[in-house]
Design a protein around this ligand. Structure first.
Ligand code: ATP
Ligand code: MG
Ligand code: MG
Length: 549
């Protein structure tokens, strides 16, 4: 790789390895288990695991579980499953809560050094004393307690002698610092809550800042990669490591992934789930990794997308079409083609020998010669897409029209002679003749037609349920709402349409998770709701981007 093609994090790593500051690339992916992973996390996963792989280092999975009220075992399990599904293996698995004892010891060390104190201000007073961007903070009235006094109070905090929120442990840094994070940040708060791993052992819990860097240090992480909102926390990260005199990783920030039309904050997603706007965290319309998995996205397509969008230092919004194109591009190469009719109308071939069934050879994937071909039943009674026929059509309509001709995929050229209608004037049957000289693969007739359409043999076709998913929100940025309104107003009322479709017989046996292209319609996957009697297919993505067209 030419150095110029490396992004700023790779360049920082190269320089630290060259200078001898670090001897290897040891990274971690540190989710808080308070929800399911989303597409933004995929970017962080690909970056952290990707760098470890590229530099022959390691990457840990660490649960940042310092907030007992919001965290659940269900989330821990789903996160592991999602990381593995994306295609990554962690070197070792950790929980920040495993470090609670060590963190406690280190807190006492800071107290003894005179670098931390117990403060009696409540949360609101603490905020008020902290000052603002334009005004310096004020010292807490408890800032000058002696180390001995602080140690006794801190131990009493740990031993449950005070009410929730009555006291906190704070780092003694600088209440006048222009960086608000350095104005005596809280290290411990009193909170009686049952933790998903430590149970009721603790009634004091460490804050994010007091946990994160120390966890990195304990694991020997060298590059602690995080998102931009932590840039102003870096001086605090460094301060803790220096005061403790422990291994000091380098924190590097990059811009969060933001995609148009998506709402990926856990807070918002939780609301969508809790209030039933979607069927669950893995609803195929959700921007969660479990949603994309169920929708039929491939892990490769998500990894490729993350690589292509790159790593940036400034926030921007990526067009959702780029993610959709990534899965199109991958499935175009690997998904076998099949025929399915979603909105059928009957087509009868009047000159076809009555009752005759012929098998025609259909190519599985023109992009992949090795995928071979299959035999599909052809007969005189077919179903085609209602939209592929017009009784009267403009000149540029290259599908089937009365008096016109079209090729049936892997079949013959047919000529439309008449239509049959019901009392309401709706077309119930299209009558055609076929040209026996034009069979696909054996056609020497010299006849040329402009269009090719898909079809299934009525007698042989199987019925399946097809769920046509579309974007969950219609807005470019669903988080943008006017005063007193909520994102609910941006929900797309047509994000799910369910139809009964008719498909090639083999498709009725497809396994859950199998992905195919329905010719001319899009890519589809077999959903987990499928039963022995009825397969359910999810539309992954249409063949082309037709949104708003
Ligand atoms: P959210 O509130 O959207 O779930 P978060 O940052 O609170 O995001 P965490 O579980 O704390 O979620 O994140 C785990 C890791 O994933 C962190 O290192 C975080 O920076 C990273 N991450 C989260 N969202 C994004 C995103 N949109 N793009 C890139 N990385 C992200
Ligand atoms: Mg978080
Ligand atoms: Mg979060």
């Amino acid at each position: 790789d030419a150095p110029s093609s490396k992004h700023f994090i790779q360049q920082a790593i190269d320089s630290d390895l060259a200078s001898g500051r670090f001897e290897g690339v040891f990274t971690r992916f540190p989710p808080e288990p308070n929800g399911y992973l989303h597409i933004g996390h995929a970017k962080s996963i690909c970056l952290n695991f990707g760098l470890a792989k590229e530099y022959d280092g390691t990457c840990n999975l660490r649960f940042d579980d310092t907030n007992p009220t919001k965290e659940e075992v269900e989330y821990v399990d789903s996160i592991k499953e999602d990381v593995e599904w994306l295609g990554f293996k962690w070197d070792s698995l950790h929980f920040a809560s495993d470090y609670f004892d060590q963190l406690y010891q280190w807190a006492e060390k800071l107290i003894e050094q005179g670098d931390a104190y117990v403060c009696d201000l409540n949360a609101e007073e603490t905020r008020e004393y902290r000052g603002t961007l334009t005004e310096p903070g004020r010292n807490s009235p408890h800032r000058d307690r002696t180390p001995q006094e602080n140690l006794e109070l801190f131990r009493a905090m740990r031993d449950g002698k005070f009410a929730d929120g009555a006291k906190s442990l704070r780092a003694k840094i600088d209440m006048a610092s222009p960086n608000i994070n350095l104005r005596d940040p809280v290290m411990y708060r009193i909170l009686r809550a049952t933790h998903h791993r430590t149970g009721d052992k603790w009634c004091i819990y460490p804050t994010y800042d007091w946990t994160h860097g120390q966890s990195d240090s304990l694991e020997g992480i060298t590059f602690s990669i995080c998102t931009l909102e932590f840039e102003n926390h870096r001086p605090l990260y460094d301060w803790y490591c220096e005061k403790l005199g422990i291994h000091h990783p380098r924190q590097i920030e990059f811009a969060k992934l933001k995609l148009s039309t998506l709402l990926i904050g856990k807070r918002h997603m939780l609301r969508l789930v809790k209030e039933g706007f979607v069927s669950g965290w893995d609803d195929p319309r959700m921007p969660t990794l479990s949603g994309y998995r169920r929708r039929g996205y491939t892990p490769e397509s998500i990894r490729n997308f993350c690589t292509e969008v790159g790593v940036a230092k400034f926030n921007s919004t990526i067009d959702i079409v780029r993610l959709e194109n990534s899965v199109r591009e991958h499935l175009n190469r690997v998904a076998p083609r099949r025929m399915a009719v979603l909105d059928p109308v009957k087509l009868t071939i009047t000159n076809w020998p009555k009752g005759k069934v012929e098998y025609s050879e259909a190519i599985n994937n023109p992009e992949d010669p090795e995928s071979g071909s299959r035999q599909i039943p052809f007969s005189g009674e077919l179903l085609i897409e209602r939209d592929d026929f017009r009784e009267e059509a403009p000149r540029k309509f290259f599908r089937l029209k009365k008096g016109g001709s079209v090729r049936l995929r892997a079949g013959y050229i047919i000529d439309c002679v008449d239509v049959v209608k019901d009392d309401a004037g709706e077309i119930t049957e299209i009558l055609c003749t076929y040209d026996p000289e034009t069979k696909s693969g054996e056609d020497n007739s010299g006849r040329k037609v402009k269009g090719t359409i898909h079809w299934v043999s009525q007698e042989h076709a199987k019925q399946v349920e097809v769920r046509l998913y579309d974007r969950l929100f219609t807005a470019e940025d669903p988080s943008k709402v006017e005063e007193g309104h909520t994102f609910v107003e941006h929900l797309n009322p047509n994000s799910l349409t369910t139809v009964t479709a008719f498909v090639e017989p083999e498709l009725a046996k497809a396994d859950v998770g199998e992905r195919v292209q329905f010719e001319r319609l899009g890519y589809f996957v077999v959903d987990q709701d499928s039963t022995g009697e009825k397969r359910v297919f999810n539309r992954i993505v249409s063949l082309r981007d037709t949104w708003g067209k």
